[in-house]
Design a protein around this ligand. Structure first.
Ligand SMILES: N[C@@H](CCC[C@H](N)C(=O)O)C(=O)O
Length: 290
């Protein structure tokens, strides 16, 4: 089984072409391949599949085996992969992810994808759709207690749930303690990604992220979109801003069409082949497949 290792600002993925491979048991496969000691190591397993509604379908499985509804950094990697590997000659690519179609716009020079803009869609703020518990219709600057601390958070779904918390200094955040406590907080019935944000100006902010099902990562594209939306709703950020993450920066814009657009780079790290034996084939390939 061939794979390609890619990353978007250090948010890394094992990418597998599953156009006719007939892979199965995705959750278990993700847990194995994403393991940094016993596997390849990644923040997610990505499967490229055929789609009936778009040019391609992309699925993302977290290292804990759960499937996520959206992954912004992966969509940029997928755009670069699909174009540079010759799966498409188009620079505008509609891609199906979970239950939505996302449109990727590639900036290409001499056949090399320099950056990708992704239409990440409309933010979802209704509490019951994020989902986040509580009586209010929207959870904007709401109190939540976790790990013995009181936080003021804004809950935003970009398809996947995010809990955005503004802090004075991201460096002072004990991410490994607060992150998991908020990720599994009972107020978030589908769990949540968590972003701790330091605003630098109305056009710039830095944040650290604890990802649902993955832990601390160097970047999160959907998280950056949620941060911008929470920043606008809290009157801290303009509708267009640069968001800095430990792995690099993203340009995010919440346009008048109510869609959030993310622009940033993607990179290939290496390609490899997984040595598969009969046991692997029986476990991870659908019956009757080679
Ligand atoms: N890193 C991604 C988000 C990946 C999914 C996330 N862990 C979840 O479970 O929602 C991004 O760039 O958006």
């Amino acid at each position: 089984m061939r794979f390609t290792k890619m990353h978007g600002l250090g948010n890394d993925f094992v990418i597998v072409e599953d156009f006719d491979l007939g892979l199965t048991n995705y959750a278990e496969l993700a847990m194995g391949l994403c393991n940094r000691n016993f596997g390849i190591g990644a923040d997610g397993l990505a499967l490229l599949q055929p789609s009936e509604q778009a040019a391609f379908r992309v699925r993302i499985f977290n290292p804990d085996g759960s499937e996520a509804e959206l992954c912004g950094n992966l969509l940029r990697c997928a755009g670069k992969y699909l174009y540079e590997k010759g799966h498409t000659g188009e620079t505008v690519i509609p891609v199906e992810m979970y239950d939505k179609i996302k449109v990727l716009r590639l900036a290409v020079t001499d056949g090399v994808v320099q950056s990708v803009e992704v239409d990440m869609g409309e933010p979802i703020l209704e509490s019951d759709l994020v989902p986040v518990a509580g009586k209010r219709r929207q959870a904007v600057n709401e109190e939540v207690t976790a790990s013995g601390e009181k936080f003021v958070m804004t809950a935003v779904s970009m398809g996947n749930p995010h809990c955005v918390i503004f802090v004075d200094e991201t460096a002072a955040v004990p991410l490994e303690t607060w992150g998991p406590a908020l990720e599994a907080h009972p107020d978030f019935p589908k769990k949540t990604n968590v972003e701790f944000v330091e605003v630098r100006s109305r056009d710039e902010a830095a944040f650290r992220v604890w990802e649902r099902g993955a832990g601390a990562t160097l970047a999160c594209g959907s998280g950056a979109c949620a941060v911008l939306v929470a920043g606008v709703l809290s009157d801290k950020l303009n509708r267009k801003a640069t968001l800095h993450l430990p792995g690099g920066s993203l340009e995010i814009e919440w346009r008048d069409d109510n869609h959030v657009y993310m622009t940033g780079p993607a990179a290939e790290v290496f390609r490899g082949e997984l040595v598969t034996d009969e046991q692997f084939k029986n476990k991870y390939l659908r019956k009757g497949r080679a």
